[in-house]
Design a protein around this ligand. Structure first.
Ligand SMILES: NC(=O)c1ccc[n+]([C@@H]2O[C@H](COP(=O)([O-])OP(=O)(O)OC[C@H]3O[C@@H](n4cnc5c(N)ncnc54)[C@H](OP(=O)(O)O)[C@@H]3O)[C@@H](O)[C@H]2O)c1
Length: 354
């Protein structure tokens, strides 16, 4: 079987770098185009000598015509708003696209324009039809739709961890859909590779800081899919925290059980039966809680449940690597499905530990 040709746009950023590393080790894909803006015109080895690529390619400006001549599949790993400038001409040329940004995560363009108002003002767009068409790339829940798509919106890192934990209980109707709280922590690579003051070592080291309290952009993304699965509109509370670590994300979901007699063992069974076929979502025994270190560099999510029968609260914990299952790894899972391959082909499931 001939190797599928893949273009990676935003190659020099964190998502691009992880995608390239995964594609280098992949049995069926070959990278044929690297795109960027500031890095454009530079040889790859000048930019990232630590990740050698065959032929040491030059990064190019992402011209759709050139990309279409050199690739069949495209991964876009760009700041929000930019993918929507490239996707229409890429689809028109018959390419299939996985977008790692938020541009196609909402079914409604108006909602994207409201949540990403600053980007929408700078980069106007009118592709509401593509927002409606795009498939939300949460692989464990949408594999079949992804396989038949031409445009996949890979979920955000916080939504990935949160939804994998929350959706099984919403689908089974086991929890009260009101009063759900998600408390989440992430490492500094969640902010990308471009310089930002709050991500300097002197600012982020030895500190834990909440941010985006009330109204973080990922709240509405989580609510969209949670509402779809629950069959009714869900409003929830989501608070992220920046942790003094490079990579890793832990989401802890608190919700109220409808039947206060349910035990942690019952809830563990719910998760295990839902993810019994999955190689990428593992459910830990009751009383064992996931650490971000246990999923470092892997495309796995580790889940665990506990129940506090005094308060009637169900607590679901979910750990992922924000750059792999939360970004590039999930993107490659989607690429695999678009190419007719098994979703986990070529993806790492074992951690680098410690
Ligand atoms: N980091 C995470 O944990 C994470 C998780 C899930 C999803 N995401 C999403 O994934 C996307 C990429 O995130 P990231 O963390 O990888 O960002 P990043 O490290 O800042 O990388 C951004 C990339 O975009 C390129 N770029 C910027 N403007 C461009 C333009 N006008 N034309 C072409 N290329 C351009 C940059 O290339 P040059 O340097 O050449 O300009 C760089 O390679 C974002 O939408 C982010 O929200 C991130």
């Amino acid at each position: 079987m001939a190797l599928e040709r893949v273009a990676v746009i935003g190659a020099s950023g964190y998502g691009g770098l992880q995608t390239l590393r995964l594609l280098q080790q992949h049995p069926q894909f070959k990278v044929t185009f690297l795109g960027g803006e500031r890095s454009s015109g530079k040889r790859w080895s000048e930019l990232n000598p630590f990740l050698p690529l065959p032929g040491d390619p030059v990064v190019q400006s992402p011209d759709p015509e050139t990309i279409a001549a050199q690739a069949d599949l495209v991964v876009l790993s760009l700041p929000n708003g930019l993918a929507a400038q490239l996707v229409p001409p890429l689809l028109a040329r018959g390419l299939k696209v996985v977008d790692l940004s938020a541009d196609y995560r909402y079914r409604s363009l108006a909602q994207w324009q409201e949540v990403y108002a600053a980007e929408a003002r700078q980069l106007p767009r009118s592709d509401g039809d593509l927002c409606a068409e795009a498939v939300y790339g949460l692989v464990e829940w949408h594999a079949e739709q992804i396989a038949g798509a031409r445009l996949v919106a890979a979920p955000g890192c916080f939504p990935t961890a949160s939804l994998l934990a929350l959706l099984p209980f919403l689908r089974q109707g086991l929890i009260d859909p009101t009063g759900i709280i998600i408390d989440a922590k992430t490492g500094t690579s969640g902010g990308g590779r471009a310089a930002k003051e709050h991500l300097l070592l002197a600012e982020a080291a030895e500190a834990v800081s909440p941010y985006g309290v009330v109204g973080h952009r990922h709240t509405s993304e989580i609510e969209q899919l949670a509402s779809q699965v629950a069959g009714s509109a869900i409003t929830l509370q989501f608070t992220p925290h920046l942790m003094p670590m490079v990579r890793g994300l832990l989401a802890t979901v608190y919700c109220r059980l409808r039947d206060p007699g349910l035990t942690a063992a019952d809830c563990n069974t719910v998760l295990r039966s839902l993810y019994r076929q999955s190689e990428t979502v593992a459910v830990l025994p009751v009383g064992t809680y996931p650490s971000t270190k246990w999923v470092r560099q892997t495309n796995r999510a580790l889940l665990s449940v506990q129940v506090d029968n005094r308060s009637g609260q169900l607590i679901v914990m979910s750990a992922i690597d924000n750059l792999i299952k939360g970004q590039a790894g999930q993107g490659v899972q989607c690429l695999n499905l678009l190419a007719g391959l098994e979703a986990n082909t070529g993806l790492p499931l074992l951690p680098f530990y410690p």
